[in-house]
Design a protein around this ligand. Structure first.
Ligand SMILES: Nc1ncnc2c1ncn2[C@@H]1O[C@H](COP(=O)(O)OP(=O)(O)O)[C@@H](O)[C@H]1O
Ligand SMILES: [Mg+2]
Length: 264
């Protein structure tokens, strides 16, 4: 039996009530994410993507249903450092160097100095920042800062990565390079990923499965499997199979087939 990274059963999160109107940020979310699986959440603003991420990361609690991370409560999984988090803002500490930022989770976990330094060097190499270890965040480009954040998220060797629009602030070229690197890193580490994005091609390129969501109330409306396997060369982005999957996700998002320009 393969291990389940995340299991959500009937998960809901309602905000407000009493004096204010209730907001059903999430309702009836049933979702199982396998160990090592890459899953993207896509949908318009307000459909509950960040809410779901926050519930998985134990930053918020569901008001309905049950949620398990590697068969544990999200809180237990957090305490065991089963997952790493990288959100839209890199969130680096400006007074710490690249290497010092990367080892932060290891420090919090009481890992000794020598091992920390060795792991930091490995992680910096993995994200292509070997020559920048002693630099400070404000000396780095946005893409490099995001790579530091990803290295930090990987520091405790989590079996699960939670990424909420991590590439949202990057230019298109950097973004594609980061996507390629992320697929390489997750193939190397075998980590499962829950990845929030607004970009359909990004979701298709990265994922084993795309979860399509819709707002008011926030819910899952479709699941699209992406059968491209582990090795994803850049040329995949220009292939007919890729465009077919982009179209499939796009139609799922719009809730109906979308008329194609060349069919007028
Ligand atoms: N702390 C909160 N208090 C009240 N409403 C919230 C809170 N967090 C999120 N919401 C509402 O829940 C819905 C889903 O928000 P969110 O999960 O941030 O959506 P997304 O990340 O998909 O854009 C939105 O209507 C949002 O306004
Ligand atoms: Mg969000």
């Amino acid at each position: 039996m393969s291990e389940i990274a995340v299991r959500a059963a009937g998960v809901g999160r309602t905000f407000g009530g009493r004096r204010t109107t209730e907001v059903h940020a999430l309702t009836g979310v049933d979702l199982e994410i396998a160990a090592g699986e890459f899953v993207s959440l896509i949908g318009p603003s307000g459909c509950g993507k960040s809410t779901l991420m926050r519930l998985i990361a134990d930053l918020d609690q569901p008001t309905a249903g049950s949620l398990e991370v590697f068969g544990k409560t999200p809180k237990k999984a957090r305490l065991d450092q089963d997952y790493g988090i990288a959100f839209q803002q890199a969130g680096l500490l400006p007074w710490r160097t690249v290497l010092e930022n990367i080892v932060l989770p290891l420090e919090l976990h009481g890992v000794g100095g020598a091992e920390r330094r060795a792991r930091a060097a490995d992680l910096a190499e993995m994200v292509g920042l070997t020559d920048f270890g002693r630099r400070y965040p404000d000396e780095l480009s946005g893409g490099m800062q995001q790579r530091v954040a990803i290295a930090r998220a990987l520091a405790s060797q989590p079996k699960l990565l939670l990424m909420d629009e991590p590439f949202g602030a990057l230019d298109e070229m950097t973004r594609e390079r980061m996507q390629t690197e992320l697929t390489r890193i997750t193939a190397e580490t075998g980590a499962a990923v829950v990845f929030v994005t607004h970009s359909i091609p990004e979701a298709v390129y990265l994922s084993d499965r795309v979860v399509v969501m819709s707002p008011r109330p926030g819910r899952i409306t479709d699941l699209v499997s992406i059968p491209f396997g582990g090795d994803r060369p850049d040329s995949l982005r220009e292939s007919p199979e890729f465009f077919q999957k982009v179209t499939e996700v796009r139609e799922a998002l719009h809730g109906a087939p979308v008329a194609r320009a060349n069919e007028r």
